[in-house]
Write a protein that binds this ligand. Sequence first.
Ligand code: TXE
Length: 481
Amino acid sequence: MQIIQNYINNQLQNPIDNQWIDNYNPSKGEVYGKIPNSNQKDVEQAVKAAKKAFPIWSNTSIEERSEMLIKIAQLIEQNFDEFVKAESQDNGKPITLAQKVDIPRAISNIKFFAKAITQYNSKSHESVHTNSINYTLRKPIGIVGCISPWNLPLYLFTWKIAPALAAGNCVVAKPSEVTPMTAYLLSKICIEAGLPAGVLNIIHGLGQTTGQAIVEHPQIKAISFTGGTKTGEHIARTAAPMFKKLSLELGGKNPNLIFADCDYEKMLSVTLKSSFANQGQICLCGSRIFVEESIYEKFKTDFIERTKKLKVGNPADENTNLGALVSQQHLDKVYEYIQNAPNQNAKILAGGNKVKVAGFENGYYLEPTVIEVNSNRCALNQEEIFGPVVTIMPFKTEKEALEMANDVRYGLSATVWTSDLNRTMRLSNELEAGIVWVNTWLNRDLRTPFGGMKDSGVGREGGFDALNFFTEPKNVCIQYD
Ligand code: TXE
């Protein structure tokens, strides 16, 4: 049994009321650890520690904060294999993905914001006719809350805490209770790095207990959240009467528009990734595939053939393409969508079944699944499934493709495959999405604004947008003679 503890005031400690929850290994469907189910008392302790630390941390020089973050990133690098193994075991994702994406990106997040803060600046506005100058101070907010999900655990956890800390805030953070392990390892790293007590507090527990206590705490002035749209809605409702600053990165139902003039081979291999990477559990996955009629049949044949070749198996095996889904509950949710497909006039073309992996019979495995739909209005195309399930459908014209792409409540990302520059320009203007990828997918530059429109969220993360979120602007106006 691996016991995870809270990290409060630079100490690893048990939850005050001694309440625990099970931590599962999804590849085996077995409990392998216990994590605290913290409550208001633990959050209160963390807030007290953060409050005490804030005047000191917010007054350290930018260089000091930057160096501390770099040190933390380097310590993760030194313990790289341990982090990779832990992430794969906790989440069920292929170890190769944790190795190539999750942990390297967590390290990059921290290093990026360690450097970004040294370049962060504010504006000034001179009005000669009134003999005055305005300038903007950017002050850390104080104590901020960071709540992250289970799909990219350390990657999204660091994406929030790094800019918050770099900007001089003290943080009360909660990783998902489904994947708490790498955040726990990070707390040990912070102790080793000598991060001052109370600057970062990592509290574990359920959303409705620990998460709720963070959102409700009156001294936590801003909440950065990534997770489901429903949860985001609930958090917004709770936080609004306290006028908390909110950054919400929520669900997606992203269109992938494939035109006949694209680089077909590149499109095919990237589309396979954008459909099934991380078992389809990435908010940016292109889960609605629309293909121009003239290449639809060819695409259908090739895509199904490639999908069937993907290997579902033990995440620790280097040849595995898809590991386990994150939990039994999530597997049930995704599987229900597949079972309901025939009721929606939809046809399962590949996959659709749970998988029994030899030696891991109780794990949460599902075949990569391709479903042909005949309307964009069906639940399969309108609701976020968040698993290894994509739909495909032909379109006749660019206009029709655009209409279907936008006809959904979400607006996180969109992918376009075409070699026509004019079409690229038209579609990137018209698509209702926070991110539009053309002839690429998940190609991330950390300086860019990241986030969604419509029900995919509020606000943007990344680059100076994240530092803007984690600071309070104060305008100073001086008149001179
Ligand atoms: O996420 P939750 P769930 C989508 C995906 C998935 C659905 C539900 O469609 O099927 O959301 O997933 C914390 N106050 N995404 O239920 O609950 C929770 O403990 C404060 C998309 O697992 O939103 C966890 O730390 N916090 C998404 C975090 O919120 C609360 C990634 C996210 O969990 C809380 C994950 C509360 N009342 C799921 N309730 C993306 N955008 O990438 C829960 N939490």
